[in-house]
Design a protein around this ligand. Structure first.
Ligand SMILES: NC(=O)c1ccc[n+]([C@@H]2O[C@H](COP(=O)([O-])OP(=O)(O)OC[C@H]3O[C@@H](n4cnc5c(N)ncnc54)[C@H](O)[C@@H]3O)[C@@H](O)[C@H]2O)c1
Ligand SMILES: O=c1ccn([C@@H]2O[C@H](COP(=O)(O)OP(=O)(O)O[C@H]3O[C@H](CO)[C@@H](O)[C@H](O)[C@H]3O)[C@@H](O)[C@H]2O)c(=O)[nH]1
Length: 327
């Protein structure tokens, strides 16, 4: 049986990937320190509880589980926090990944899927953004992920590492079967906060800037359903088993941009409620528009977003949040 070790497997995207790999017949184990994840999200395979930066621990996990590949999600992932505390991002995202790579090298495991981001591109110089677009991050989070991408290219050249770098646009939505979802504390992402503002009449949604150079003044993002992202990882895993020592990058998005104000209206429509909207300053490090060209993933990974219609994204996220409120 093919085996995948999922770092960050108790987190939002990592847990959905554990489910997708398991469904596809892989033996799955998660490695997570639960700093930002949830034990309840571990439903497919064993949890090795610990830190990716703990090299002896990671080596012992690799030795015991003997994965064919590692899917590396464990990281800090908030743009705003990275601007205020860059040290956390360089330590965990860059330092943690370096420790992981060294543990893998010591144990003879040389295939990795890496969770990267459209935040490595910075402010777009053309749209939609393809993989050849210049990478000029505008926040420390983006720089931390860009640095790891460079590390993976160097490890491919020097140490025969094979990696697939997946640059996600905005992950959203929840498992359509309701088994897992998005559970951050505190939550900072636009869609779950909008749903909370719709369901709870005491909550408001704070719009970060309405003076972007976009048709309605709010930022535009490319929302991709988390289950579509998960399926791309399974395709990447299969490709890695055959791969040459190189680092290949793929964008994962839909190619359609949605403004945050359009998202507000769509959540109001889905819930039948009015959202109390308050304006505040732009968040530092926030590009106006991020929209993907994902043709390379469609061609080489034979991947298509199939569940990323806005209705489906909101519907699955809403079902998850309603269920959480009731339990
Ligand atoms: N959410 C998005 O829209 C998005 C977009 C692009 C890229 N990404 C990337 O995808 C990955 C997953 O994002 P997410 O939204 O699921 O985040 P998340 O915070 O829900 O999950 C991250 C998981 O990693 C764990 N973790 C963090 N540091 C660790 C460490 N040092 N050792 C062990 N475990 C550790 C946390 O406990 C958590 O369970 C991240 O690498 C993120 O940068 C996310
Ligand atoms: O209360 C809020 C929350 C968000 N936003 C705005 O909504 C947009 C989307 O924000 P958010 O949902 O926080 O996503 P991003 O900041 O785009 O970051 C996510 O998407 C990135 C890719 O774009 C990933 O790299 C990150 O890990 C992930 O957190 C941004 O313009 C935010 O300023 C608000 O206006 N109010």
């Amino acid at each position: 049986m093919k085996k995948v070790l999922v770092t960050g497997g108790a987190g939002y995207i990592g847990s959905h990937c554990c489910k997708a790999f398991s469904r596809a017949g892989w033996d799955v184990a998660a490695l997570d320190n639960l700093s930002r994840g949830n034990r309840a999200a571990i439903r497919w395979g064993h949890l090795y509880e610990g830190d990716v930066a703990d090299t002896p621990f990671v080596k012992s996990v690799l030795e015991e589980f003997q994965p064919d590949i590692v899917a590396h999600f464990a990281a800090f992932a908030y743009v705003g926090e990275s601007v205020e505390h860059p040290e956390l991002y360089y330590a965990n995202n860059v330092g943690g990944t370096l420790s992981l790579l060294e543990a893998m090298r010591a144990e003879g495991c040389s295939r990795l899927i890496f969770s990267s981001t459209c935040a490595t591109y910075g402010d777009p110089v053309y749209l939609p953004i393809d993989e050849k677009h210049p990478q000029q991050p505008v926040n420390p989070y983006g720089w931390s992920k860009f640095t790891v991408e460079r590390m993976l290219e160097d490890y491919a050249a020097a140490h025969s590492f094979s990696s697939v770098i997946l640059r996600y646009f905005n992950a959203a939505g929840c498992d359509p079967e309701g088994e897992i979802g998005e559970d951050h504390s505190p939550e900072t992402h636009a869609l779950p906060l909008l749903i909370t503002a719709a369901l709870d009449s005491n909550a408001a949604f704070f719009l970060n800037g309405c003076d972007f150079d976009t048709p309605d003044g709010s930022a535009i993002r490319d929302f991709i359903h988390v289950s579509d992202l998960a399926n791309a990882h399974v395709a990447a895993g299969e490709r890695l088993l055959e791969a040459l020592p190189r680092a290949e990058a793929f964008n994962l998005g839909t190619g359609s941009g949605i403004s945050i104000l359009e998202l507000v209206k769509a959540v109001e429509k889905a819930t039948g409620r009015t959202i109390s909207l308050q304006l505040r300053e732009r968040r530092t490090g926030d590009p106006a528009v991020l929209v993907a060209a994902a043709d390379r993933a469609c061609k080489d990974l034979k991947w298509q977003p199939r569940q990323s219609g806005l209705f489906e994204i909101i519907d699955t996220a809403l079902a998850w949040q309603r269920n959480k409120q009731e339990s």
